[in-house]
Ligand binder design. Structure first.
Ligand code: SF4
Length: 370
């Protein structure tokens, strides 16, 4: 569990089992919800109320984000990694992965290809390799790409507060760091060695970035590693904590779910689409102002639906391998991705789907260069 919570996983599971329909109704009647309301809305007793929850979430979403969907794309700059995450094909010992770190010219080429598709908000992703992806290198990348994109986000190894200050100065403003699991024992099992094996260092990443000035602090756990309800309860507690400590920043939620692939990692816990739906509705109701992303791992049909009722932003035309937008195409090389994409639509197809649902595509919703 999130360590500042005074409840054990067993107590939280027992609470979930005792939630009644009346408790769910009471939470839905409240204007402002607290952590226990979140638990009520995540409980099995909430399933029969999903239509009501959908309506409440939809209204909250419209109040804060209107009928708009922000779009972004990830840019993988390198996939060498010193960690041993059991579920990831970029892990150090995995020999089946073609390793590559893009040069500055290649990163520019990738950026130009993404920009040509209309995207103005970019997420820089890299494996954890302190020699290659040092703060200095990431800052250099940020300075170059900030000339092309309004908003730069980071999904790389956790840094010190001082490191985040330098990255913020170079143009990055948003951060994503999945805790993967809030259960320290399971965390150790899934991350047996390497810098990522340090649960505590990873847990306070958003706090360090928030203190360094980052505007958006992305939090998530990996759906499928541990039982999802206690993990979601921890995610909620983590978010409440960050909203208090980093009140000038916005919390952003993501709900990345394992997709089963032939011969790939088999997630220990099942999370179905209805559970993801329930979770996203519950988080939108309890955290109406927070940002929420829908993962590219979900099916196009689900993504198009959930951006109307809960999520406010989505990726478009994602490639999850270094060079996947333009460089590999030039070399006629194949794509070796970090995970399997379920939504493989082009940016134009994603924009068309958003518009077909009566929503507006937002390419830029922030620009600190102005
Ligand atoms: S999840 Fe991240 S840190 Fe872990 S092996 Fe994959 S790229 Fe490396």
């Amino acid at each position: 569990m999130f360590p500042l919570l005074k409840y054990t996983e067993g107590q939280v599971l027992e609470y979930f089992s005792r939630v009644t329909a009346e408790m769910v109704r009471a939470s839905l009647r409240k204007e402002r919800c607290d952590w226990f309301d979140l638990l009520n809305l995540l409980s099995p007793a909430a399933y029969p109320f999903m239509d009501e929850m959908r309506e409440r979430a939809r209204k909250a979403r419209i109040r804060y984000y209107g009928k708009t969907v922000s779009v972004y794309a990830p840019l993988y700059i390198g996939n060498t990694c010193v960690n041993h995450c059991k579920y990831c094909d970029f892990r150090r010992e995995h020999t089946g992965t073609v390793r590559r770190n893009l040069t500055m010219d290649e990163i520019r080429t990738e950026g130009e290809a993404i920009r040509a598709g209309g995207i103005d908000s970019l997420l820089i992703v890299a494996g954890e390799d302190p020699v290659v992806n040092s703060v200095e290198h990431l800052a250099e990348v940020g300075r170059m790409l900030k000339k092309m994109f309004s908003n730069l986000s980071l999904e790389v190894a956790p840094q010190s507060e001082e490191g985040y200050r330098e990255l913020f100065r170079s143009g990055y403003e948003s951060l994503t760091c999945f805790q993967e699991t809030y259960d320290p024992v399971l965390y150790k099992e899934m991350h047996p060695a390497g810098p990522k094996s340090n649960y505590t260092w990873r847990l306070w990443t958003q706090l360090r970035a928030g203190k360094a000035g980052f505007r958006t602090l992305g939090c998530a756990f990996l759906l499928g590693l541990g039982p999802w309800r206690p993990e979601a309860a921890s995610l909620g507690a983590h978010a409440f904590y960050l909203m208090k400590e980093c009140y000038e920043s916005k919390v952003q939620f993501a709900f990345p779910r394992f997709c089963k692939v032939e011969g790939g990692f088999v997630p220990p816990c099942e999370v179905d689409e209805r559970d993801v739906d329930l979770m996203m509705l519950a988080f939108r109701i309890v955290f109406p102002q927070s940002c929420m992303t829908v993962s590219t791992r979900e099916a196009p049909r689900f993504r198009d639906y959930i951006v109307q009722v809960a999520a406010d932003n989505m990726s478009a035309g994602s490639r999850v391998t270094p060079g996947g937008y333009a460089v590999l195409e030039k070399e006629h090389a194949s794509d070796v991705a970090q995970f399997t994409l379920t939504d493989r639509r082009t940016p134009a197809e994603v924009y068309a789907a958003i518009k077909a649902n009566g929503q507006e595509v937002v390419y830029k919703n922030w620009d600190n260069r102005i």
